[in-house]
Design a protein around this ligand. Structure first.
Ligand code: ARG
Length: 463
């Protein structure tokens, strides 16, 4: 009798082996071998259930468990021999198991298909990845909070349209990213709930005729529940798409911070310095120190967003149920996890290595009429309607501009020309400190509020 292995065909149904090119084209082992330990984990739970349901004997289970233990060891040690002829991670492991455990190995696939097997593996993999990523997101948040805690009173210009708008606490600016990452973590946690469901038991697409217990497998694998429709279980990859969308948003947030770090490090701003170990020089211009890491993060954001588009496009219009298209889910997903993992790790370190230059921030904040709104608010508090106050201050700014000075440099008599209601106490309002202190409510930039926000952030991180 010829077997699948010695003819390299699927079964007696095929009259010729798969063409060499086609074999290479359809094989996934090169990348899905990364799922190996999750594949074994899933197989062991499946086998345990098969034995509990008397579908295989306890002796078979024992042989499967011993064989899998050996295979796991071989994989961990790097001694496992992967074969392209065996197409994917599942068939490679099953073949090796059969070599070690004989017929018991061949019985493992009872009541199962690679379709529900691979969906299970990817979910186990992604669940672990999400848990690891959540720790890294927290690490970055902690780094931001630590830096912020040292700069509640450091004043920088806040920007809109990249034009100086109003002075803000540098800590307040950093904490904006803390909030983004908090939502990012929520998104990951939420996606995890839908990742954490068991497809096994769906078999190829319709379920299986063996008396299986899916709930038992779910419990063994720590899934929160089972996928309730077999066709859906084997075919949809929405959980991977959702995760990648959350990942793309994290990268998008980090691309914003990266852009700012790059600007701030440019001598034109000179707000910060990034530690040398995160920068490179130029091979031709000896004076250069380039912010390579944030630039690459900015660039890699496109890569992860691309993976999201790839996965959405992969899923689009796929008829039920499983289609081989879905084999293409792995590389984008793995690369998303890898890119995000490396990015979060390096970012937390880099934030810890930032030198802040408060003097440069301060003088920039003093340059752009950043307290003009405070002057308008001052007039409003004296009874001037806001729109009129806005206009009066606009004229005052224009005047100061012509004189090449700041609003605070104008004499009281000059200021009174724009509104007779201006008194000596205006000078306290026009200082950067006064401007910050005035925004004293939850979510505002007053140092007192920023300190409270840091406290909240710390208790969030230690929860
Ligand atoms: N390597 C395949 C994948 O990644 C496993 C499932 C293949 N199933 C099949 N009937 N060809 O999706």
């Amino acid at each position: 009798m010829t077997t699948m292995q010695d003819k390299h065909t699927w079964s007696g149904r095929f009259s010729e082996p798969v063409a060499e090119l086609v074999k290479r084209y359809t094989a996934s082992v090169e990348f899905d071998k990364r799922l190996a330990l999750f594949d074994i984990q899933g197989s062991l739970a499946h086998a345990q259930m098969l034995a509990a349901c008397d579908i295989i004997s306890t002796r078979d289970l024992d042989l499967i468990q011993h064989g899998m233990a050996e295979i796991k060891e071989e994989i961990v040690q790097g001694n496992f021999i992967w074969s392209l002829d065996l197409e994917d991670v599942h068939l490679n492991i099953e073949k090796r198991l059969t070599a070690l455990a004989g017929d018991a190995g061949k019985r493992l696939h009872t009541g199962r298909s690679r379709n529900d097997q691979v969906a299970t593996d990817v979910r186990l993999y992604l669940r672990q990845a999400i848990d690891d990523l959540l720790i890294l997101v927290q690490g970055l948040q902690a780094a931001l909070v630590d830096l912020a805690a040292r700069h509640t009173h450091t004043i920088m210009p806040g920007f809109t349209h990249l034009q100086v708008a109003q002075p803000v606490s540098f800590a307040h600016h950093l904490l904006a990213y803390f909030e983004m990452l908090k939502r990012d973590a929520e998104r990951l946690t939420d996606a995890r709930r839908r990742v954490n469901r068991l497809p096994l038991g769906a078999a190829a697409l319709a379920g299986t005729s063996y008396p299986i217990k899916r709930e038992m497998v779910a419990e063994l694998l720590d899934f929160e529940g089972i996928c309730e429709n077999s066709l859906d279980a084997v075919s949809d990859r929405d959980f991977a798409i959702e995760f990648t969308a959350a990942a793309a948003l994290i990268m998008t947030h980090l691309s914003r911070l990266s852009e700012e770090l790059i600007l701030w490090m440019s001598p034109r701003f000179g707000f910060i310095d990034i530690a040398d170990r995160f920068c490179t020089g130029s091979s031709i211009m000896p004076q250069k120190k380039n912010p390579d890491v944030p630039e690459l993060v900015r660039g890699k954001t496109g890569r992860v967003t691309g993976h999201l588009m790839a996965l959405l496009t992969l899923m689009k219009s796929q008829p039920l149920a499983y289609n081989k298209d879905n084999q293409e889910d792995k590389e984008p997903l793995f690369d998303t996890v890898d890119t995000l993992t490396q990015t979060l790790r390096i970012y937390a370190d880099m934030i810890g290595g930032i030198t802040v230059k408060p003097e440069a921030m301060r003088s920039a904040a003093l340059q752009g009429y950043a307290t003009a709104t405070d002057l308008a608010d001052y007039l409003v508090k004296k009874g001037v309607p806001f729109r009129d106050a806005h206009e009066a201050v606009a004229l005052a700014v224009r005047h100061a501009e012509q004189r090449h000075c700041d609003l605070a440099d104008l004499a009281l008599e000059e200021l009174k020309r724009f509104s007779p209601l201006v008194e000596q106490d205006i000078y306290a309002v026009l200082t950067l400190e006064g401007s910050l202190a005035a925004r004293n409510h939850t979510g505002g930039t007053a140092p007192q509020q920023v300190k409270a926000a840091i406290e909240r952030a710390r208790s969030y991180l230690s929860r």
